[in-house]
Design a protein around this ligand. Structure first.
Ligand code: NAD
Length: 373
């Protein structure tokens, strides 16, 4: 407790709703944030522009001022960026560059993507119910290096044809820090890490396997470690995903494997993510939370978007940035309650043909369930 008269510093949160359905789902998150404030858990929330809307307003997908704000706060929560309107823009000012700049300059090297199957949605997955019911795995994707950033890159001409080049490059320290994130997280879960690469055909994969093995032996011998080639990992993820707890992998394989794992649970509208970096002076990691889905231009502005992925991203912020594990549990339980009661946005409706609820109805129901928990 703060001494009488001492102002209590609230944790700071920067909200960047972005484009398409981003602002729509963020309105629902604000309802949740407001509800927690009534319970004494208040944040100092600021809001700013990112993506296409920032380009429309400032001519850049992320201004230096917004970047500086993101560096200064305890956590950033982002909606989504992009849309067909911006598809023909120059690569340097495309909406996605705003997001990439945030990730790069905040040095968010560990991307956490949980694939958790809510009981009420188990039969919604394209896999058999017993394969996914109770599923709770976490994929940690290295986010700031690898083939998406390696040099040389580009398209040049050799003789009479064009050649496209990208470079897969990892340093030992880049591998070591994301491996540590995976082992630390596993210790708070079921204590198992599976590392995935292609050491059979890629030197960067050989180094990846060596470094993960070294860090494990030296610092985390209590955690069970296994290795798998990423292609075999993809097969195992669809065959029996419950064999995994934490999976750690590089940027490219993580991009693919986390989308695959996403579909185990049914809908993009359900999937949160966190991107974490090194600890700041206050001990909290640099952090950006965002739903996995994009701006969904096909449904934007129609009240159809599922806000749960963004709400669960805020739950991850509660857990990993604000040390509010109990509040995160409560929020996840409220989502569970609402789904168990049969509420579904349009993306969660399969063959059964029940009537969908709107984005805002879903947000209201989650807040009502929070109050009843
Ligand atoms: P998307 O995730 O936006 O949409 C894929 C499909 O899933 C669509 O049919 C959409 O209606 C549906 N969907 C997505 N989120 C939903 C939600 N919350 N509720 C209900 N349905 C949902 O991917 P896309 O169509 O490939 O990309 C659209 C735009 O978003 C593009 O400009 C792309 O570059 C951008 N994008 C941004 C991010 C991001 O901001 N992190 C991620 C992926 C794509």
């Amino acid at each position: 407790m703060a001494a009488k008269g001492t102002p209590v510093t609230k944790p700071t949160l920067l909200i960047l709703p972005g484009d398409g359905i981003g602002p729509e789902v963020m309105i629902e998150v604000r309802k949740v944030i407001d509800w927690f404030a009534t319970q004494g858990l208040a944040f100092e929330v600021s809001e700013d522009l990112v993506g296409g809307i920032a380009y429309d307003t400032h001519g850049t997908p992320l201004t230096d001022a917004t970047m500086a704000k993101a560096q200064a706060v305890d956590a950033v929560l982002l909606g989504a960026v992009g849309g067909p309107k911006y598809d023909t823009l120059d690569f340097a000012v495309k909406p996605e560059r705003g997001l990439l700049r945030l990730r790069k300059e905040m040095d968010l090297y560990a991307n956490l993507r949980p694939a958790q199957c809510f009981d009420a949605l188990a039969d919604f997955s394209s896999l058999k119910t017993d394969v996914v019911a109770g599923l709770d795995i976490m994929i940690i994707r290295e986010l700031t290096s690898g083939v998406y950033f390696g040099e040389p890159r580009g398209i040049h001409t050799e003789g009479n044809e064009r050649v496209g080049v990208n470079t897969q490059r990892y340093t030992e320290s880049e591998i070591a820090r994301v491996a540590r994130s995976a082992f630390e997280l596993a210790r708070r879960r079921s204590n198992k890490v599976c590392s995935m690469e292609k050491a059979n055909v890629m030197e960067s994969g050989v180094l990846w396997r060596d470094v993960v093995t070294e860090i494990h032996a030296a610092e985390y011998p209590d955690v069970a470690l296994s290795h798998m080639y990423a292609d075999a990992g993809a097969m195992q993820l669809t065959r029996w995903p419950k064999q995994f707890d934490v999976i750690v992998t590089d940027n490219l394989f993580g991009d693919l494997l986390s989308d695959l794992a996403a579909m185990l649970t049914g809908s993009l509208g359900m999937l949160p993510s966190a991107s974490l970096g090194a600890p700041m002076a206050n001990g909290r990691p640099k952090a950006l939370y965002e739903p996995v889905h994009g701006s969904a231009p096909d449904i934007a502005g129609q009240g159809k978007a599922n806000p749960i992925a963004c709400i669960l991203s805020f739950a991850m912020a509660l857990r990993y940035s604000f040390d509010q594990g109990a509040a995160a549990d409560r929020l996840e339980a409220a989502v569970q309650t609402v789904l168990a009661a049969g509420l579904r946005t349009a993306d969660l409706i399969g063959e059964e043909g029940r009537a969908p609820v709107s984005t805002s109805d879903m947000g209201d129901a989650i807040v009502a369930a929070l109050a009843e928990e």
